[in-house]
Structures are given as structure tokens and as C-alpha cells.
Design a binder for this molecule. Structure first.
Ligand code: SF4
Length: 219
């Protein structure tokens, strides 16, 4: 199929894809383990460049050892680094977690705030993490999660031609109804992990190849 160009054509394309992706990926449970908004924000920070399985293994003990913002803020940075080391980039991640916990205590009574603007003031929190926390912990959908899978699969499917995450998010927000802002990108993530992988998309086994402008264009 031809790549849709106009906003109306992209919106129609998204409307056709949404129910088909919903049939393919009906389960919307996030694969990170968490019980509180603080746990979700910490797990999401740790998930950068790391599999959710590995994050879950680390957080199984981390969340017991560090039950609240005070625990993270008052911890020795070295101990926190050691605790999150298996997730990679551990120095940055430990610094961000301690920094965001300190900021939560200073400005938000130790609680995770519920607005995009407030979340973006936390160290290590960009729009992707803020959207994950708002939509999963609070059911507030003010944007669209754009991770590496969403960015890649949305472009291949012809829903955007952008590569900058903020522009991809704006494109998707423009063509998707608000009630899809949570589910649709999550399904793109699953499709990107399972079928439309970065290195070797398996177009021959892809259930939406008939409506994908990039189908079978990979060598
Ligand atoms: S047809 Fe290929 S490129 Fe298109 S979504 Fe499926 S796997 Fe990805």
C-alpha cells in the first residue's frame, strides 16, 4: 500500500489499524512490576536500555529495601548504584532516582505528582516516563508514550514520518482519538518487540502487512 500523506489519510489508517492491533494484543498490562506510583516511576527510569524482565528482577529486592522517597533520598549513592547495577547505566540511573526522590520530598510531600508539568521537573523524567506514570498509575492520558518501538513501528506503518519522539507523539496525538492514547502505543510496543523488530521485521508473519507501506521492503 501507499504511504498515507495527509492528516485525514493517516487518521483513517490509524482507525483501521487500531481494532486489528487490539485483536492481536488484547492484554494491556504493563510488563513492569509495580504497586505504587513511586515504584512505577523508579521501574520506568530503570527500564531505559534494559529489558523489563531484568528490571523486575532488580526491583523485587529494591522495592523492599527502599520503600519510599525518604529511603532513596537518604541512601548512600554507592549502595543505590550497586542495587541497580544489573540494569545498565547504573550511575546515571541511581543519580536520577535519588534526585527525583529528593525533589519529591522537597516539593511534593514525598508523593509522585499527577501533572505532566510537575513530573517533568523530576530529574531523569522526560515525556515518555511521565506518560507511562500518568496513564498507568493515575489513568490520566495527556500524551502518548513514544519509546524506541513506538517510534520505529509508527514510522514503518506510515503513521508518521518523524523520528524525533516529541514530533512522533504530536503526530500520533493528532490522528488518534483520546481513548486510544493509552492502548495504541502499548500495542505498537508489543508489535515492535514480537514482530516488527528493529533489525529483522518478520513481515511474512505480520498480521497487518496488508496495510503496511513498509511491508517486505527490508533486505
Ligand atoms: S509488515 Fe513488516 S514493517 Fe510492516 S509492521 Fe509488519 S513487520 Fe513491521
Amino acid at each position: 500500500m501507499k504511504r498515507p500523506r495527509s492528516k485525514a489519510a493517516r487518521a483513517a489508517h490509524a482507525a483501521e489499524l487500531a481494532p486489528r492491533l487490539a485483536d492481536l494484543y488484547p492484554d494491556l498490562d504493563i510488563s513492569l512490576d509495580w504497586e505504587t506510583p513511586l515504584e512505577l516511576i523508579v521501574a520506568t527510569v530503570l527500564s531505559a536500555q534494559c529489558t523489563d524482565e531484568r528490571v523486575n528482577r532488580v526491583t523485587a529486592t529494591l522495592f523492599e529495601d527502599y520503600p519510599d522517597a525518604e529511603a532513596y533520598a537518604g541512601a548512600s549513592l554507592e549502595a543505590l548504584e550497586e542495587a541497580v547495577r544489573p540494569t545498565g547505566f547504573f550511575r546515571n540511573k541511581a543519580r536520577h532516582i535519588q534526585g527525583l526522590a529528593t525533589r519529591l520530598l522537597e516539593s511534593y510531600g514525598g508523593e509522585v505528582p499527577r501533572t505532566m508539568d510537575d513530573l517533568l521537573t523530576l530529574p531523569g523524567v522526560a515525556r515518555k516516563t511521565a506518560n507511562v506514570v500518568l496513564s498507568n498509575a493515575f489513568g490520566i492520558h495527556v500524551g502518548i508514550v513514544v519509546d524506541t518501538h513506538v517510534k520505529r513501528v509508527a514510522k514503518r506503518l506510515g503513521l508518521t514520518k518523524e523520528t524525533d519522539p516529541k514530533k512522533v507523539e504530536a503526530d500520533l496525538m493528532e490522528i488518534l482519538p483520546e481513548d486510544e492514547w493509552h492502548a495504541f502505543p502499548w500495542r505498537l510496543i508489543l508489535h515492535g518487540r514480537n514482530v516488527c523488530t528493529a533489525r529483522k521485521p518478520v513481515c511474512g508473519e505480520c498480521a497487518v502487512s496488508d496495510v503496511c507501506p513498509s511491508a517486505f521492503t527490508f533486505g
